[in-house]
Ligand binder design. Structure first.
Ligand code: AVI
Length: 338
């Protein structure tokens, strides 16, 4: 998943010599967005129903905690998606075809995309993420492999707008969006985002490979987002520390508790931070009062039935969506042609 370095980035394209065999270019467009992001963050905190966008989970500690979440027994999505790929890789690849450029949205450590290289034999690979550190480390690792395709990186926040044309060639493209990150958009935003992906698929033979978490028993969903070890709780609470660093707020992490639960009526997990007592927090010269029990909404994670998501793909302009699932039907993997 994408990690986050909103403030400390540069709008530069710099060439990194990773091995004697491969070089790659990383372009960073994030700094352009930093002031607007922080203004929006402070507006969200001062609003009557306070919120913090989920991208603020991912500072260095948050990214490490996310990597721990996926190891907890309760959090099934990552390992289930990986199991679906292991089980159906050849069949999925037969629908995708070989020799495409892979555009990896939210590439993180690029491990999931790399597993496709031997089967899909991509002509090039573009890692797109909000974290320059993650992309730099991933591409440096991939560049060590003499068989790796042509590599490029783009550091951007595509939850605002998707523009990845600078790392695309005229070849047919395979967009990959894994781990059910699409669930972190509201359904309307998910449709808008997928329309933008579709608009990038100008070459004949392009398509999208996407992982989408499925609706299931509320108790299992509740546990996945409120694990017994408290890793998800720490991940959620860490956001307050991160926001203190970015905005100069004075949140006391000990005054807040994690809430993560399935809202069946809306078909989504909600994560919130709940004030343990009446609190006052300084937000850019203003005082924001939180009454005991008041919440800051930090994340939604929508769960889709196959039918629901299939129709979103079609509405976004994709065709012939194919579905693969695990035995328990816990997770959906779609490939759809552009
Ligand atoms: C990144 N995203 C798909 C995760 C999810 O499941 O929505 C983020 C997460 N939040 C809590 N646990 C994991």
């Amino acid at each position: 998943m994408a990690t986050h370095h909103l403030i400390t980035t540069h709008r530069v394209a710099n060439s990194v010599e990773a091995t004697p065999t491969r070089t790659f270019t990383i372009t960073n467009t994030l700094k352009l967005d930093a002031k607007a992001e922080l203004d929006a963050l402070s507006r969200g905190l001062l609003a009557p129903a306070a919120s913090i966008p989920p991208k603020f989970f991912y500072d260095a500690i948050g990214s490490t905690l996310y990597n721990a979440i996926v190891l907890t027994p309760e959090y099934y999505p990552t390992r289930t998606e990986a199991a679906i790929f292991e089980m159906f890789r050849a069949e999925i690849a037969s629908f995708i075809g070989t020799g495409k450029q892979i555009i990896d949205l939210g590439s993180g450590d690029s491990v999931k995309a790399e597993a496709w290289f031997p089967t899909l034999k991509p002509s090039s690979y573009a890692a797109i993420d909000i974290s320059e550190t993650a992309v730099r480390e991933a591409l440096a690792r991939l560049a060590g492999n003499a068989d790796a395709p042509t590599l490029a990186g783009l550091i951007t926040d595509f939850s605002r707008v998707l523009d990845v044309t600078s790392v695309m060639s005229k070849e047919p493209s395979l967009f990959v969006y894994l781990g059910s990150s699409i669930g972190n958009f509201l359904p309307d935003e998910a449709l808008w985002f997928l329309k933008q992906v579709r608009a990038h698929c100008s070459a004949e033979g392009s398509g999208l490979l996407i992982g989408v978490d499925a609706k299931k028993d509320a108790a299992r969903l509740d546990a996945a987002y409120d694990d017994a070890l408290g890793v998800t709780a720490a991940f959620n609470l860490n956001t307050l520390r991160h926001v203190n660093q970015l905005l100069g707020t004075d949140f006391d992490v000990r005054g807040w508790q994690h809430r993560g639960f399935y809202n069946a009526a809306l078909g989504r997990i909600e994560m919130h931070l709940e004030a343990c007592r009446d609190l006052v927090v300084r937000v850019r010269g203003s005082s924001r009062k939180f009454a005991r029990g008041e919440r800051i909404h930090t994340e939604n994670s929508y769960k889709y039935s196959p039918e629901q998501f299939r129709s979103i793909l079609v509405e976004a302009g994709f065709t012939e969506p194919r579905l693969w699932q695990d035995e328990r039907k816990d997770f959906n993997v779609f490939y759809a042609k552009a």
